[in-house]
Structure formats: structure tokens, C-alpha cells
Design a protein around this ligand. Structure first.
Ligand code: FAD
Length: 394
């Protein structure tokens, strides 16, 4: 009988893994479980927010991206019984597996910021982190004439750590072109202590911030939004002091965490993420379970680019385990972030677990370049839809 591999989540990680498995091996039965009608290419949302793309370009019907030969179960997973090799679905059905791959992405915790959810899309409050509201980002940027434009970063792990500031650079350039920059104060308000974790790219970004007269505030976490009065409240993460700031535009990045059904499952580590070995991607307790992508405990910056490198390693190691061998390929934490710094330039950050640059091109990638912007706008999306989602990750 064919071994049954079940994959939870048909996002970037789930589709790419299923496609590579289906392409390389015909001896497995593969089931993808995901309730969503649409598959999103979320990195495009930065450019949608910047007014470059209509948001519809970032999605495709799920049925168009499910790889041939893979069965799609269109339902929510609610529970795991790893001792019984079973996943439970919202429709009360259960599915048995021989091997399980868990990749349902990250959960957006809108309600952890008082007033944020109800403010979205109104009174200058926007966020590129939601498909429904992403178009209001550009609407508010293009209508702004004066006041404070605040761009926030929360005190939790998030997907694409660079995205909160990419939209700020686009907005700042837009304000210059619209000749309103003198009356608009642009500010990055972050719960973090620095603008970026990796020194090489941080230094480059600090230069951009200085040259373009952008203000920065650190250790401030957005806790409340009063949309009608255009007031944002931040908590100082060291002193707990609450600071009130007026805004005309607030690009809010919400707190995020592992999906609830993962947090409460036997698969989770103490922080809620799927508990896997950071090199082999195999579960630390259940040998027939693997995880990758945003829901996993892999301690790297959560991006689709990281997934591109994780998929072939996971597939290789899974095959070893199926054949009763030890997983022997190691993921080095590679991740990448095209840090868009304007409408024609980007810094291409690529680095590993230790924060060492792990770059693709034979030039200094910390420099702002048109070529890297064009890669972000055209090259990488083309590669995503036409190669990566078909299991070609090289
Ligand atoms: C604004 C923005 C900008 C970004 N920019 C970049 C960038 O420039 N470069 C980059 O590489 N990455 C970027 N990213 C990050 C990238 O999109 C994510 O890291 C990537 O999509 C994560 O893939 P995933 O498969 O783990 O999760 P997702 O792609 O989010 O997919 C998760 C899937 O799981 C499904 N699911 C959820 N719950 C259940 C359940 N209970 N049962 C079954 N299925 C479930 C969902 O329906 C979804 O289809 C950006 C993200 C955003 C929001």
C-alpha cells in the first residue's frame, strides 16, 4: 500500500513541498488540507500598499495551484493525535497519515491591540498585513497632505521582518514626489531596539533613514488605536509608560503568534510553534512529523525565501526517514528580504541563523540597487508562480 503523506496548510510552504514530493516520487499518496479558496503571494502586498500593483495580482484560486496528483481536502484542521497518527478536521472527519508535514502559517492577532481591527481602512489607519485592507494603504498615502505618518513594528515575531519599513520608504518617496514631504513627519515606531537585526544591512538602512530625515523611536509597542481621534498609544517595553501620539496616517503591523490549534496541540513547543529540529526540520518528539515555514519553531526570519531553501531539505530528510535512515541534510537558517527603499531601489538582504550574510550575487547587496527592485517587482513573483509552486526551488 502507498504511504500516505498529509500536509496541513496549502500556503507557500505546503504547495511547494507537495509539488516537489509529487514531482520526485510517485510512490506516495499526498493529501493537502486547507480550507482557503485562494492562495496568496503575500510579498506583493508591499507593492500593492505602495500603489504599484492591484491586489488581485497577488492571488490565484487554490485549485489552480494544487499540484497534479495531490488530493486537496478543503477543510480546517482542528486537532492532532500524533500517537494515533491522525489529524481531526472541522467537519468531524479524521485523516490517518504515515507522515505529517505541518505548515499552516502564522496567526495575526489583531485583537491584541485595542481598537485596531475596527479602525482598519478608516481615519488613516491601514496595514499591508491583510488582503482585505491592503489597498487602503495607498489610498491614505496618496491623500496625505500633512501630519504624522507612523509606521509600527510589534513586540512579537512577524512574517517578513522587513515589510514594516519597506512601505515607509515607499510612502516617504511618494510624499517627496507629491511635494508634501515638508509638512509630513515620517516615523518608524518599533518595539525593537534596532531597525534591523543583521549588522551589514542595518548600517545601510540607518544611512537611508538619516539621509531621508526619517524619525525612529525604539522599544515602543503599539497597544491601542483611537481611530476617530487619530491617536495611537504605545507602551514602552522597559518602563511600561504609555505614550500617546497623534497621527494622520498609521501603518500598523499587528502582533502575531502561532495558530491557536497549533499552540494547544502536542506538537507545540513552549512558545506555541511546531517544535522541530532547527537543522533537519524533523519534529523533536514525533519522528514521522516535519514542519517548515511561518508556523515552525525554526529560529530564522519568517519569509517565503526561507521556505524555498527549507523545502528540498525537508523532502530529502523525510525520504531518509521513510527509508529508515537518519535525516542527514541541514538547513542553515537561510532567509532573504528584498528591502525596498523606494520606487526604484532595494537592498537585497540574505543571511543565515548566525546573522552572517549568505548572498547570491557577486556584488555588495547592502547597496540600494534598481536591479534588486526589479527582481522584487518582476523576477521573484515570476519565479514564485512558475517555478517554486511547481516544486522547482533551485
Ligand atoms: C506584507 C508582507 C510582505 C512580505 N514580504 C515578503 C518578501 O518580500 N519576501 C518573502 O520571502 N516573504 C515575504 N513575506 C512572508 C511570506 O509571505 C510568508 O513567510 C510565507 O507566505 C509563509 O508561508 P507559509 O506556508 O508558512 O504560510 P502561508 O503562506 O501564510 O500559508 C498558510 C496556509 O495555511 C492555511 N491554514 C491556516 N490554518 C489552517 C488550518 N487550521 N487547517 C488547514 N490549513 C490552515 C491557510 O489557509 C494558508 O493557506 C511577506 C508577508 C507579508 C504579509
Amino acid at each position: 500500500m502507498k504511504k500516505h503523506i498529509v500536509i496541513v496548510g496549502a500556503g507557500t510552504a505546503g504547495i511547494t513541498t507537495a509539488a516537489l514530493l509529487a514531482r520526485k516520487f510517485s510512490q506516495f499518496e499526498i493529501t493537502l488540507i486547507d480550507p482557503a479558496q485562494l492562495h496568496f503571494y503575500q510579498p506583493l502586498w508591499t507593492l500593492v500598499g505602495g500603489g504599484i500593483f492591484p491586489k488581485e495580482k497577488s492571488q490565484k484560486p487554490m485549485k489552480e495551484v494544487i499540484p497534479a496528483g495531490v488530493h486537496w481536502e478543503q477543510e480546517y484542521v482542528t486537532k492532532f493525535s500524533p500517537e494515533q497518527n491522525t489529524v481531526h478536521l472541522a467537519n468531524k472527519k479524521s485523516l490517518e497519515y504515515d507522515y505529517l508535514i505541518v505548515c499552516p502559517g502564522i496567526q495575526i492577532d489583531w485583537d491584541k491591540v485595542e481598537g485596531l481591527r475596527e479602525s482598519l481602512g478608516k481615519n488613516g489607519v491601514c496595514s499591508n498585513y491583510d488582503y482585505q485592507y491592503v489597498s487602503s494603504t495607498f489610498e491614505f498615502i496618496s491623500n496625505l497632505k500633512k501630519g504624522n505618518a507612523l509606521f509600527t513594528y510589534p513586540n512579537t515575531p512577524i512574517k517578513c521582518g522587513g515589510a514594516p519599513q519597506k512601505i515607509m520608504y515607499l510612502a516617504e518617496e511618494y510624499f517627496q514626489k507629491a511635494k508634501v514631504r515638508d509638512s509630513v513627519q515620517v516615523e518608524f515606531v518599533t518595539a525593537g531596539e534596532r531597525v534591523f537585526g543583521v549588522q551589514k544591512y542595518r548600517e545601510a538602512l540607518e544611512k537611508v533613514i538619516k539621509e531621508r530625515n526619517i524619525r525612529t523611536s525604539f522599544k515602543l509597542n503599539l497597544v491601542k488605536v483611537d481611530g476617530p481621534n487619530q491617536l495611537a498609544f504605545f507602551k514602552n517595553i522597559e518602563t511600561n509608560e504609555i505614550i500617546e501620539r497623534e497621527f494622520s496616517l498609521l501603518h500598523a503591523v499587528p502582533p502575531m503568534s502561532a495558530p491557536e490549534f497549533i499552540k494547544t496541540s502536542p506538537l507545540a513547543n513552549s512558545d506555541g510553534w511546531v517544535d522541530v529540529d532547527k537543522f533537519t526540520l524533523q519534529h523533536n518528539k514525533f519522528n514521522n512529523i516535519f514542519s517548515l515555514g511561518d508556523a515552525s519553531s525554526l529560529p530564522t526570519s519568517k519569509t517565503g525565501a526561507a521556505i524555498r531553501k527549507q523545502v528540498p531539505i525537508l523532502v530529502h530528510n523525510l525520504f531518509e526517514v521513510i527509508n529508515q535512515r537518519e535525516p542527514n541534510q541541514h538547513y542553515n537558517g537561510y532567509t532573504s528580504c528584498p528591502l525596498v527603499t523606494g520606487y526604484h531601489k532595494a537592498i537585497m538582504a540574505e543571511f543565515d541563523y548566525d546573522g552572517n550574510p549568505d548572498e547570491t550575487f557577486p556584488f555588495d547587496q547592502s547597496k540600494e540597487r534598481l536591479s534588486m527592485f526589479l527582481a522584487k517587482k518582476y523576477g521573484i513573483p515570476f519565479m514564485y508562480w512558475n517555478a517554486m509552486l511547481k516544486g522547482y526551488t533551485g
